[in-house]
Design a protein around this ligand. Structure first.
Ligand SMILES: NC(=O)c1ccc[n+]([C@@H]2O[C@H](COP(=O)([O-])OP(=O)(O)OC[C@H]3O[C@@H](n4cnc5c(N)ncnc54)[C@H](O)[C@@H]3O)[C@@H](O)[C@H]2O)c1
Ligand SMILES: O=C(O)C(=O)C[C@@H](O)[C@H](O)[C@H](O)COP(=O)(O)O
Ligand SMILES: [Zn+2]
Length: 350
């Protein structure tokens, strides 16, 4: 399974061309309440080759990334007469492209879909690579498939209406790409005097290429692709736990904390130098407001981590950096080692 083609820049003519060359029995745009207002009108205004379509709208938010939402979407597709020759066009962030990809890849055993990512996070990460899915009782992405979209259409102009908090969440995955694979990308991002949609736009394609190369080497995550999960063993646990509170973290915000604590683990495993550890910690703290983790929730976090998809034989498998720009995978760490990394993080923050 090769990565889907990814186009960057003005995308309407590419979609127009695709719709001219391919015939579909029906076309469905999947949006949420925000992309319905901010993104779909911009896209439709630029399209020439589309006359009939339906709009499916879902409620935004990670707490809606579940089977109930997908069930409603499957029902809507059925009621509106979708068949195997229908096309779904997902217009939204990672929650929407993950769910829309899952809905399309399972409906009637799979119909074609296109991703048009409209958040920074979905442009640099979620919309490409073929992973889709939903959460199961708060456990991240527990049900899903690996299915490539027909193509991914990335236009940075959509980011102009995105909240700054969401931009910083997307930046987290870009920084991850630098840490695991490309020191120059990390340096470019860290050295920016400010991090907003305009200053980050020139680096979107670099991030996409890093992910694309890794996915093409290992599309089904048998080995190398696990490095894209750096920061996620702990980050997903923190995200899941926070979703049960009144102050849920965004995916990228949780992954920032996960990346820092997993960098402490890398240091403790003698994979990285003290200089690299300090550089990673100081760089993140210059870009993000960080808080200590209440160790009372550590047992809960361990429970979430036990469901991580990289685990094997009841051991928790980490992807850990072994130098800035390099990452190893399948590093097993014990609960005690994980606890010590959390404590070191807390001591460093305090
Ligand atoms: N499949 C993958 O490889 C992959 C990779 C990384 C993350 N993810 C998943 O992605 C999800 C996070 O995605 P996200 O950060 O894009 O969040 P999101 O999809 O929740 O979008 C964030 C918010 O921005 C709004 N929005 C979207 N586009 C907008 C625009 N242009 N202007 C204004 N508002 C806009 C949305 O309505 C939403 O409220 C998580 O569920 C995560 O697990 C998946
Ligand atoms: O594409 C991948 O592979 C990733 O791991 C990218 C991650 O940023 C993303 O959050 C992904 O959804 C995590 O996948 P999961 O298999 O840990 O649920
Ligand atoms: Zn992620």
């Amino acid at each position: 399974m090769k990565s889907a083609p990814i186009h960057f820049g003005s995308i309407a003519y590419i979609l127009d061309d695709y719709l001219e060359k391919n015939t579909f029995s029906s076309i469905f745009f999947l949006v949420d309440e925000n992309t319905h207002v901010h993104c779909l009108p911009i896209l439709l205004a630029d399209l020439d080759n589309i006359s009939a379509y339906e709009i499916l709208e879902i409620d935004s938010g990670e707490d809606n990334k579940n089977i109930d939402t997908v069930n409603n979407l499957w029902l809507a597709l059925s009621e509106l007469g979708a068949d195997r020759h229908s096309l779904v066009i997902n217009v939204g962030g990672g929650v929407l492209t993950d769910m829309g990809g899952f809905m399309a890849s399972t409906f009637k055993r799979g119909i074609k879909f296109i991703n048009i990512p409209t958040t920074l996070l979905s442009q640099v990460d979620a919309s490409a690579g073929g992973k889709n899915g939903i959460d199961l009782e708060g456990m991240k992405n527990m049900v899903g498939t690996f299915t490539q979209p027909e193509m991914v259409l990335v236009d940075p102009k959509f980011l102009l209406t995105l909240e700054q908090r969401q931009v910083k969440s997307g930046l987290a995955e870009m920084l991850k790409h630098g840490l695991i694979k490309n020191r120059d990308h990390w340096d470019n991002l860290v050295q920016l005097p400010s991090h907003n949609a305009e200053t980050l736009a020139p680096f979107i394609m670099d991030s996409i290429h890093i992910k694309e190369n890794v996915v093409n080497n290992d599309p089904y995550e048998k080995g190398e692709r696990k490095i894209l999960n750096f920061g996620h063993t702990i980050g997903h646990a923190i995200e899941s736990e926070s979703l049960e509170t009144d102050f849920p973290l965004l995916h990228g915000e949780a992954i920032v904390i996960g990346m820092i604590i997993e960098t402490f683990l890398s240091y403790d495993q003698e994979l990285i130098s003290k200089i690299d550890l300090e550089e990673v910690c100081e760089s993140f703290s210059s870009m993000y407001a960080l808080n200590t983790i209440d160790m009372k929730i550590f047992p809960n976090l361990m429970e979430w981590m036990k469901h991580d998809k990289k685990n094997q034989n009841n051991s928790i498998n980490f992807s850990l950096i072994n130098k800035i720009g390099h990452c190893r995978y399948d590093v097993v760490c014990t609960e005690e080692e994980i606890r010590q990394a959390f404590e070191k993080y807390n001591k460093w923050i305090a």
